[in-house]
Write a protein that binds this ligand. Structure first.
Ligand code: 6PG
Length: 257
């Protein structure tokens, strides 16, 4: 079951999300020595990132990854890395070698390939994760398990840069990171984590604020569908934190009064 938390406004959402993310990172770090956090872009998580910077007294052992990136350089105003640096990474004093940005400037394919290699090299699979068989070689590999992935949601139900009905949703089960060429949200070229990596994460925290997200939030709580990529996330590991305006309507027959 998806955990849904509805709060009064965007500031309350950011506060709750920052607290939850910090707790999950701290407990992952205590359990395994290292915690892997992945960040999204967009406007919604910026305040959460600002608050998150002050939620942990030290950031030792936290490795920072990205859920997606636009194919621009790291200094570009559209860069998700730049957003993270300006809201979280600098304030928290996270060392550059622990920040694994998607290299958008390399383009969708090369950027995605390099990111997949980095993930495979540094993020362990969960011990009890079912292995899948890799092509002709017969080797079995389990997906890297990020500890916490922060996600926004588009009004069309996209998460990271996985868009409704896109071929990225049908990627090979082993794919970790994918190139996107025709994103309906600008810019068109992007790099995204695969659905497989999102589903293998120990926790996804999805944030939605404002009335423009209400239909997408309702749709993602319904039947899983390729037309609503957020509905394909692993529900038992998903927390959705929304403000009143983005909250799905109460089930029929339940009074709101
Ligand atoms: C991006 C994203 C994307 C974003 C949603 C919500 O880089 O565009 O990571 O998935 O989280 O589109 O964006 P907003 O918060 O701006 O509505």
């Amino acid at each position: 079951m998806t955990r849904l938390t509805t709060l009064v406004d965007a500031e309350a959402v950011a506060k709750r999300a920052a607290l939850q993310i910090a707790r999950e990172l701290d407990s992952a770090r205590r359990a395994r020595g290292v915690a892997h956090l992945a960040l999204s872009g967009g406007t919604t998580p910026a305040r959460t990132y600002e608050l998150l910077a002050g939620e942990l007294t030290d950031w030792e052992g936290i490795e920072v990854w990205f859920a997606d990136e636009r194919c621009v350089g790291p200094e570009d105003e559209q860069s998700n890395y730049r957003l993270a640096r300006e809201t979280l990474l600098s304030a928290a004093g996270i060392a550059d070698e622990r920040v694994h940005r998607m290299e958008g400037e390399l383009g969708p394919e090369t950027g995605a390939e390099r990111y997949a290699r980095a993930l495979r090299a540094r993020v362990p699979a969960q011990d009890d994760a079912p292995a899948h068989t890799a092509g002709d070689t017969g080797e079995s590999e389990a997906m890297p398990a990020l500890d916490v992935i922060v996600l926004g949601i588009g009004p069309d139900g996209h998460v990271a840069s996985l868009f409704p009905g896109a071929p990225t949703l049908d990627a090979d089960a082993q794919a970790l990171s994918l190139g996107v060429h025709d994103s309906p949200k600008p810019p068109p070229e992007r790099i995204t984590l695969s659905l497989g990596v999102l589903r293998a994460a120990r926790s996804c925290v999805l944030l939605a604020t404002s009335a423009g997200k209400a239909d997408a939030v309702s749709a993602m709580m319904g039947e899983p569908s390729r037309h609503v990529p957020a509905s394909l996330l692993r529900r038992g590991r998903l927390s959705v934190i929304v403000d009143d305006a983005a909250a799905p309507p109460p089930p029929l027959g339940m009074s709101t009064g």
